[in-house]
Design a binder for this molecule. Structure first.
Ligand code: NAD
Length: 484
């Protein structure tokens, strides 16, 4: 085992957890690399108490001082980029380029947090004669962030810099499948000067997530993961009167029109479906091909064949994920869909125990098939055929999800028409992975998000703070009106 058994991180120190241990595997070769504790409610409580103790002093620091730590943290993320990316590669199985891009996105969200003093000044107005009203943004207290396996560095960083710079103390519960990056981030935050108790990690799975939902000392929590769990977590935490934002899964549609630029569309679609082995909530997994798009589909297959497991395609997270993804492909084939590129049974020489699925393109999928409706979370594209743009939009709109949608066309008018009608929070025009960059915020619609607002960018400022309104009469002789 390359790494020793992981500890929780509480009050600036590694702390042994009470719970049992779970094996952590490197998906590229199936080797055991670490063990992670499955913490209990008592383990969580220790972290909450430490966070509660530390938070008031942290909140009392002016934000301009608090963000100095994130300037240093940003520098440390950049300085250790290669090492952080290698850790992501080991625990998640994506390629080095993808892992490095993930850390670069963490740098970008930290850069946004460094700008928070410029984005969050309060307001003040004379509301009656001699009477002023001022509005200040205040932190919530102790908050929690629960994250998925697919971006072990980036998704924790969607929440850490913003929530903490805004004056909260945080408890992070990383995915038990990819728990290593989080502990390294804790070390970097400490090196950057973050006071002990402001950032804590409690490892584990369902038991500790439920304890987070129930704990009265946690004021707000964000969740990123599958829709099934997002729904449960949202309802459970909200029933304890917590502020909750729960981002769920996705089924992102690309609508390809016959006038789309052939090469650009094919390479973009192939990149969207295979990037991070299709394990991105922004990955396109359904393509609605409108009218005569056969040459684009042929080109897409050519591009997909250039993407090779173990070379420019990483592994999927587990043996169970590989089996599930291949099961979807086989079921679609049995239901009459046509497999144009088949990624089942992929292996990589020297890494025969790795969890690989090759790029898969399936044509003539019908909207009622399971593969067309459910999140596959692998490098698989289901192509559905539509006669008109409106029929394509109808297929997109019928999805229960609504994270992203994209249109490929050279017609500005048609692009705008589809962008307006698509029922998704993030829209791409000739872009297969339309992730908004800071200061714009990240978040979907429909069953891809439960709660209000988005998780990053300007929208996250609302989520991690509350408003204090103070009405002040400076001078007892002030002329007043009925309100005063
Ligand atoms: P997951 O829902 O299985 O796990 C997410 C978190 O929930 C983990 O920390 C896990 O320990 C915990 N968890 C798992 N089962 C639980 C249960 N029954 N009760 C309480 N907690 C539980 O998700 P995953 O497989 O780690 O990640 C992949 C999913 O995340 C995909 O659906 C993907 O689309 C989604 N995702 C969404 C976004 C987004 O922004 N919308 C971003 C990344 C990933």
């Amino acid at each position: 085992m390359k790494y020793s058994t992981l500890s929780n991180y509480v009050d600036g120190e590694a702390v042994k957890a009470d719970g049992s241990l779970l094996d952590v595997f490197n998906p590229q070769d199936g080797s055991l690399i670490a063990k992670v504790p499955l913490s209990t409610a008592d383990d969580l409580d220790r972290a909450v108490q430490a966070a509660k103790k530390a938070q008031p002093e942290w909140a009392a620091m002016p934000i301009k001082e608090r963000v100095q730590i994130f300037f240093r943290y940003k520098y440390l993320l950049e300085k250790h980029l290669k090492e952080l990316a290698e850790l992501v590669l080991e625990e998640n199985g994506k390629t080095m380029g993808e892992a490095a891009a993930e850390v670069e996105k963490s740098v970008e969200v930290t850069e946004f947090a460094c700008a928070l003093p410029q984005l969050t000044p309060g307001e003040i107005e004379e509301v009656s004669r001699g009477v002023e009203c001022r509005v200040d943004r205040k932190p919530l207290g102790v908050v929690a962030s629960i994250t998925p396996f697919n971006f072990p560095n980036m998704v924790p960083n969607w929440t850490i810099p913003n929530a903490i710079a805004l004056g909260n103390a945080m408890i992070l519960k990383p995915s038990e499948l990819t728990p290593l990056s989080a502990n390294r981030l804790a070390e970097l935050l400490k090196d950057a000067g973050l006071p002990d108790g402001i950032f804590n990690i409690v490892h584990g799975s369902r038991e500790v997530v439920e304890a987070i939902c129930d704990h009265p000392g946690i004021d707000a929590m964000s969740f990123v993961g599958s829709t099934k769990v997002a729904k449960i977590v949202y309802a459970r935490a909200a029933s304890h009167h917590k502020r909750v934002l729960a981002l769920g899964g996705a089924k992102n549609h690309l609508i390809v029109l016959p006038d789309a630029h052939e090469e650009m569309t094919a390479s973009n679609v192939a990149a969207s479906m295979t990037g991070c082995a299709g394990q991105r909530c922004m990955a396109a997994s359904a393509m609605v091909a409108v009218g005569d798009t056969d040459s684009i589909i042929r080109k897409l297959c050519e591009e997909a064949r250039k993407i090779v497991p173990g070379k420019n395609l990483g592994a999927v997270i587990s043996a169970a994920a590989k089996e599930r993804i291949e099961g979807y492909i086989t079921e679609a084939e049995q239901q009459g869909a046509k497999i144009l590129v088949d990624g089942r049974g992929a292996t990589v020489e020297g890494k025969e125990s790795g969890f690989y699925v090759g790029p898969t393109v399936i044509d003539h999928v019908r909207p009622e098939m399971r593969i067309a409706k459910e999140e596959v979370f692998g490098p698989v594209m289901s192509i559905m055929r539509a006669a008109t743009v409106d029929e394509a939009i109808e297929i997109e709109n019928s999805s229960e999800y609504g994270n992203a949608a994209a249109v490929f066309t050279q017609s500005g008018g048609l692009a705008r028409y589809v962008a307006e009608k698509a029922s998704a929070g993030m829209i791409g025009v000739n872009i297969g992975v339309p992730v908004p960059r800071e200061p714009f915020s990240f978040g979907g619609w429909n069953e891809s998000r439960f709660g209000t607002g988005d998780i990053t960018g300007k929208s996250s400022i609302e989520f991690w703070t509350r408003l204090k309104k103070t009405t002040i009469k400076w001078n007892p002789e002030a002329r007043t009106n009925w309100m005063s």
